[in-house]
Design a protein around this ligand. Structure first.
Ligand SMILES: *[C@@H]1O[C@H](CO)[C@@H](O)[C@H](O)[C@H]1NC(C)=O
Ligand SMILES: *[C@@H]1O[C@H](CO)[C@@H](O)[C@H](O)[C@H]1NC(C)=O
Ligand SMILES: *[C@@H]1O[C@H](CO)[C@@H](O)[C@H](O)[C@H]1NC(C)=O
Ligand SMILES: *[C@@H]1O[C@H](CO)[C@@H](O)[C@H](O)[C@H]1NC(C)=O
Length: 579
């Protein structure tokens, strides 16, 4: 009944949603594959799926926190990091030394995954304090790679808990944030780089107070983060095609120039919607294409209108989440026109927004009421979840569709597994969507309404309708793809294919609704008259696609993607020179 009412209410709102004018995302004659989606439960995460990233064509890593996970390391202790084989569904324990609880992750330009920040040890007295951890994982195919960290050799310059991160144009990573809700005394509203940069901080006040001109590779204060308390955990940080960053937290957003340390405010999200943990929404940078001149447009969905400055003891697990999606075109005109508001068919707090190779966005996971985290609202359920009424049905969004008709759940089966706090989702190289985790509990807890999701055969794979169609395939992707370089693939297309498009995708690193680095760049390509050779040009600049790992999907004009093979954009060097 509750669901029905929400659906009816939002249908009424959909009809009123304002027009968002933008060029067709993938250019005509592009269409989407029609038909039913399928859903299978298979595979086990071994550790609860709090953080998830695809690392090779056949493997993903899953990072949790130190807790009583069922997967054991050789010494008989629970693991908290694992590698999942997407074909065999076997999980292998990895050996983080420190607590990965609420760390972030971004790949460096050379393809190594950098996991930053974490938490002190809470349970089990195992491992090390991860607040300043920098962990390195270089993916492999042979089951031998592992996490390396050594805090006496390399660590962040200050504690980082619930940070966001993004890879920038030189292949390094910015780590953004660490602020506790309602606790400004221990907050750290600042950012830093890995590899460190000796830049910024030349304000008069800073000179006066600290007597040095530059931060010398140390943390750099962020007034934006300081002004977005109390709800600014896991800020959304995106690299824009002009080299600036889009940063959003609480209900605010800005353009950030990290080279000059300049913050330029953007309009607030309308209607009092807050979208950062613990009022978590999700965000996505919509596809960048040659047709739209790589003009960035962002969309933020879900969250809550709860007042973050109110006393948390007045919060309720039954407070309706927000169904609002807000889109902003990041041009002078777009910013002047402001955020355009639309409504999802269901309200959602803690959703995940996942880009598909056909240019659409799927919104999954989360709850229709309450908020993130656990054990803080007086009417917690299941037993300590701050959220209730799981949102079981994914909705797919077509950014170029007619206004009011962009959301659809048609043909998409509902899940039966609540995926609430500490759940994740990612696109896989095969084009399916992997859902993992949910743990709105202190430690591993089963046999309750909202148990920890690590159980056997409880990973979920959604196969969009395109996976039931004849698929294109290709060979010949180089190990590295440099900027503006041309390369050719030999392609095998299903009969009747009228044309193809090429999606270069960063599948990102997903945690808490933030999908660090998730990106879709359409590449310029030309199909030979016999339709067997595809000549592709690498991305134009390292700002349009920062150097680092990518999955390349050849997508038919009918919206059916190939398998996404992996390459490294740039040269694969650690920190490419800025272009
Ligand atoms: C970490 O690095 C220090 C300094 O090089 C070294 O003494 C120590 O053995 C290393 N620890 C581990 C666990 O490798
Ligand atoms: C802030 O956090 C510190 C460290 O965890 C704790 O000692 C302090 O009591 C907290 N303050 C508030 C107002 O919650
Ligand atoms: C990839 O998708 C195809 C089509 O759905 C399916 O037959 C195949 O088993 C999938 N492979 C993997 C590794 O998931
Ligand atoms: C990538 O760069 C990082 C930082 O310099 C380094 O620790 C890592 O070993 C490098 N990875 C590869 C594959 O060279």
């Amino acid at each position: 009944m509750f669901q029905l009412l929400v659906t009816l209410a939002s249908l009424a709102r959909c009809a009123l949603s304002s027009d968002v004018s933008s060029p067709s995302v993938l250019d005509p004659p592009f269409t989407f594959a029609s038909g039913a989606w399928s859903l299978v439960q298979q595979g086990t995460s071994g550790v609860s799926g709090m953080q998830l990233a695809i690392v090779t064509e056949t493997t993903a890593v899953i990072f949790d926190k130190v807790e009583h996970n069922p997967l054991m390391t050789e010494d008989g202790n629970p693991a908290w990091t694992a590698e999942l084989n997407l074909n065999t569904h076997v999980v292998r324990p990895l050996h983080a030394l420190s607590n990965t609880w609420c760390a972030t992750g971004s790949f460096l330009g050379n393809g190594t995954l950098l996991s930053s920040g974490g938490n002190p040890i809470v349970f089990l007295n195992l491992g090390q304090n991860g607040l300043q951890a920098l962990r390195f994982f270089t993916p492999c195919q042979d089951g031998t790679c592992d996490i390396w960290e050594n805090s006496s050799v390399v660590r962040t310059t200050s504690p980082r808990w619930y940070p966001g991160s993004v890879r920038i144009e030189d292949g390094s990573v910015i780590i953004f944030g660490y602020v506790l809700m309602n606790n400004a005394t221990v907050s750290n509203p600042s950012y830093e780089f890995y590899l460190p940069k000796n830049i910024n901080g030349e304000s008069i006040a800073m000179k006066f107070l600290f007597l040095f001109v530059s931060f010398n590779g140390l943390k750099i204060p962020s007034p934006f983060l300081a002004s977005t308390l109390n709800a600014n955990l896991f800020p959304f940080v995106m690299e824009l095609p002009d080299g600036n960053l889009f940063v959003a937290a609480n209900q605010r957003a800005m353009i950030f120039n990290w080279k000059t340390n300049t913050e330029t405010p953007l309009p607030d999200i309308p209607n009092g919607v807050r979208f950062s943990n613990p009022l978590s929404g999700s965000a996505v940078l919509l596809p960048l294409t040659p047709e739209n001149n790589y003009t960035p447009e962002v969309m933020i969905c879900g969250g809550s209108t709860l007042l973050d400055t109110a006393d948390p003891s007045t919060f309720s697990s039954q407070f309706p989440a927000s169904a609002q999606c807000s889109r902003l075109l990041l041009t002078a005109e777009g910013i002047a026109a402001g955020w355009k508001v639309e409504h999802m068919p269901q309200a959602r707090v803690m959703p995940d927004m996942v880009l598909l190779p056909d240019g659409r966005v799927v919104i999954v996971n989360g709850a229709q009421t309450g908020l993130a985290a656990y054990g803080t609202v007086p009417d917690a359920v299941g037993p300590i979840s701050n959220a209730d009424h799981p949102a079981f049905t994914p909705v797919v969004y077509d950014p170029a569709g007619a206004a009011g008709r962009r959301f659809s759940s048609q043909g998409i089966p509902a899940s039966t597994i609540p995926r609430l706090y500490h759940s994740t989702a990612t696109l896989t190289p095969n084009g399916s969507i992997l859902l993992a985790g949910s743990n709105p509990n202190n430690d591993i807890t089963i046999g309750t309404e909202y148990p920890t999701e690590y159980r056997p055969h409880r990973l979920e794979f959604y196969s969009p309708a395109y996976l039931s169609k004849p698929r294109p395939s290709y060979k010949g992707l180089p190990a590295t793809v440099n900027y503006n370089s041309k390369f050719t693939l030999s392609v095998q297309l299903p009969p009747d294919t009228t044309g193809v498009t090429v999606a270069l995708m960063d599948l990102g690193f997903a945690t808490h609704g933030s999908h660090m680095d998730q990106r879709f760049v359409k590449l310029v390509s030309k199909l030979s008259p016999d339709k067997r050779t595809l000549t592709i040009t690498g991305p134009p600049t390292s700002r349009i696609y920062p150097p680092g790992p990518a999955f390349l999907y050849v997508v038919t004009a009918g919206g059916v993607p190939s398998f996404g093979h992996k390459t490294i954009v740039g040269t694969g060097a650690s920190c490419d020179a800025a272009r």
